[in-house]
Ligand binder design. Structure first.
Ligand code: GTP
Ligand code: MG
Length: 327
């Protein structure tokens, strides 16, 4: 199974400032040259930067320290030490950067190619040349650079997608994602095939790309942690449109729909305010008459019956997605 991490706490440290230098000019004919110790360089900062090609936080390690370079020593002849290298850490868009100790969200990096300075490098110390004055000709000291502290940062990913697929286990979510998009999620005739969210991209009207998120199946009591729980619902918190997938052969379609909505509502009531559409899946398993009966049960809801097997209404579904995204 592919590894998927959506929350992790890591250690981050900016670079120390370099110490200033204590030095005196030593030139021919000038045995007692003045102080010429340069300043230390600035420590590098630790930045987080969003990158569209990343979809999870699995590349992070709890044990490693994400550390920027230290500033270098100042030198004689008034030379300033080199600044330490910045460290730029790539994260998927949708990652919240949280102070692990206080729990404060420092920033929520939603957009692509956005940078946030999470730890600033220490300032370099002044060299002894800086301290020279008319009354103080030979300072024999310099400042140390500012030392930085290691900090703990929690990264929490809420995937950025336009459309979220929700449904009971086995309702055909991953299958739909696989026929609409380039994604190739695992599909199986058993519940909880999907253990991690999948993302795929569909081309809407005029080639506009929409991201679709397929999350693990939801069951009754998910909000109490049953099944895979609701933790994965954070990945549809930011979607614009929710498709509720309901298998048309199910026992009680109305109950099924209510269950999905109430579990979503328990997690976050805002989810229910998003534009939604009911997708009756696997329509190939019923004959026309049976299917129409099923559709009547859900009358009053915006609904479309589809089949991934004979591709029925897939084009219609794409049009609906386009309209919902435009609306
Ligand atoms: N006959 C028929 N079977 C389908 C259709 N769509 C999906 N299936 C089958 O239904 C089963 C479940 O499909 P998945 O796409 O894995 O369902 P899921 O909702 O992602 O399931 P979980 O990940 O377990 O929540 C698989 O055996 C699919 O082949 C369809 O349109 N018609
Ligand atoms: Mg699945």
């Amino acid at each position: 199974m592919a590894k998927f991490t959506d929350t992790i706490t890591i250690r981050v440290k900016a670079g120390n400032g370099g110490p200033g230098s204590v030095s005196f000019m030593r030139e021919k004919y000038m045995p007692k040259g003045g102080p010429d110790g340069g300043d230390g360089g600035k420590g590098g900062g630790v930045y987080f930067e969003t990158n569209m090609n990343l979809h999870n936080l699995s590349h992070f390690s709890k044990n490693r320290i994400y550390q920027a370079g230290n500033g270098m020593h100042g030198m004689g002849a008034n030379r300033t030490g080199h600044d330490g290298n910045d460290l730029v850490v790539k994260i998927p868009p949708g990652t919240q950067i949280i102070n692990a100790e206080s729990g404060d969200i420092l920033v929520d990096l939603v957009d692509e190619n956005t940078r946030y300075l999470a730890a600033e490098g220490g300032i370099g110390g002044k060299g002894n040349a800086f301290f020279k004055s008319s009354t103080f000709q030979t300072p024999r000291f310099a400042q140390p650079g500012i030392k930085t502290e290691e900090i703990l940062i929690t990264l929490n990913l809420k995937l950025i997608a336009d459309i979220g697929l929700v449904g009971l286990p086995n309702s055909g979510k991953s299958t739909l994602l696989s026929i609409l998009t380039n994604a190739r999620p695992k599909i199986g005739n058993y519940p909880f095939t999907t253990l991690i969210p999948n993302l795929g991209i569909i081309e809407g009207r005029g080639g506009k790309p929409y991201r679709i998120a397929d999350i693990p199946g939801i069951i009754e009591g998910a909000h109490k942690g049953h099944g895979l729980g609701l933790s994965f619902l954070q990945h549809i918190e930011r979607v614009k449109v929710i498709l509720y997938l309901i298998e048309c052969t199910g026992d009680d379609l109305l109950y099924n729909l209510e269950l999905l909505k109430s579990e979503l509502g328990f997690y976050n009531g805002e989810l229910l305010k998003k534009p939604g559409y009911i997708i009756l899946t696997k329509s190939d398993l019923l004959d026309e008459e049976e299917l129409n009966e099923r559709i009547l049960i859900l009358e009053g809801n915006k609904l479309l019956a589809i089949s991934a097997v004979d591709k029925k209404n897939i084009t219609g579904l794409i049009e609906i997605i386009d309209d919902l995204m435009d609306g």
